[in-house]
Design a protein around this ligand. Sequence first.
Ligand code: GLC
Ligand code: CA
Length: 542
Amino acid sequence: MKTKWWQTAVLYQIYPRSFQDSNGDGIGDLRGIIQRLDYLQTLGINGIWLSPVYKSPNDDNGYDISDYEDIMDEFGTMSDMDELIEEANKRDIKIIMDLVVNHTSDEHPWFIEAKKSKDNEYRDYYVWRDPVNGEVPNGMRSAFSGSAWEYDEESGQYYLHIFSKKQPDLNWENERVRKEVWDMMNYWLDKGIGGFRLDVIDLVGKIPDQEITGNGPKLHDYLQEMNRETFGNYEDILTVGETWGATPEIAKLYSNPERNELSMIFQFEHILLDQQPDQEKWDLKPLDVKELKQVLAKWQTSLGTEGWNSLFWNNHDLPRIVSRWGNDKEYRVESAKMFAILLHMMKGTPYIYQGEEIGMTNRPVTSIDEVEDIESVNMYHERLASGYTKEAILESINTKGRDNARTPMQWDETANGGFTTGTPWLHVNENYGEINVRKNLEDPQSIFHTYQQLIQLRKDHPIVVWGEFELVEDVQDEVFAYYRMYEGKKWLIVANFSNEENEVNLAALSDAKEFIISNYERTLTGDTTVQLKPYEAFVVML
Ligand code: GLC
Ligand code: CA
């Protein structure tokens, strides 16, 4: 197989609402992103995954689309969008659009038509069912709390919404729906974008009557059709599917090049390790580092030539990794760098979420009034009604809520961290005076510079891109160590996933030739034992 650009690339996710406001209305926008392209070029990334910028009433911040071929008013115009693509391309940065086609907004013209009557020509674009014994058709639940069925008085039927009731699910069994989606994708491909991130794509093969949502029987037929009808006809397009329920076996179905589906998927097995099994994300459980090592090592070694990994700790749906599994106080800088080193030395395509590269942290709330995110708000009311205490619910929100990742980007020490001159749509984290881009750029020891260096290492050393992965088994539970091997070269990566010092004893250390990167000062001694500092991480060439 010929090398693809995305195999050697590092991607950066922008959540436009919170990235940079250019006109003082408190909402990030496309012109704001254009202003910051030079910054992203300095970081060294090759592509931007842009969270949705399409027309939307913002029930779920753009993941509820009312026009796929127009831009949200607050974000700008289509000509701003064209300029963004062009300016990014000039800097060798490709734009990856977020493709949200499991559902539309209820304000999309298709749904407005569909709702008009049972025999409207758009009715079958969505999933409608008669009541069963005067009740909802079945027990399907919405990911945002409550039933997944919403009653429509006028027609006496229910429609399906796996997310909010303002996000009705499209009926992918309808060929016309698929054709509309292909046309829309080609519209964007013709603009010169670099690819798509496919929102909750594992749900499109659902069979509502059997309560099957993820990994339905027709899912892969649809993706092969999509590939054939759209990006398969363009050069070197990156496609990454969001697939919460994927195992390595399922991942191969999506990303085996011979099957002509997607480039890669986002798998979430590692991300689910700090929740109680078979419960919701809000039901917290401490991370067991041993499990994390096993899960990530499994993904590193099981895809082979039948797939390609994505690598990430963060996105707009997840809490900040330094706050989640690191230490965002005493060892914020050290732990942020440890996460960076550990992930960026793995095999796959790394995705950095805005602010991760400067070690941005969660932003706790003390009342539900401070929360914007629909998922958290709905859950709050549902759990309150079923007897949870406010304190317990807020603890879940502060640990896992999506607003943690969505606070505005912290650029400098000026008001609102330089994000806006107006009133930000969501509170800026009060720590912006200490944690911001300007300070990071100035300090050669900053988290930013670790990320920059890691991106450069991937460009300079084929071992980072292609090397085989091997987990080091016989070390303490909290030490995450692995080898990469390529064409006779061998690197050792060691990370102390802990607030405490930990000893690591490895015969290979006596062969260490030089440090490639590290987050503490350390010199090579030839000793096989090293006393690791809290969150210490280093890479040595053997
Ligand atoms: C995906 C998105 C999330 C959104 C949901 C519904 O999980 O990442 O932000 O709420 O899909 O579109
Ligand atoms: Ca704005």
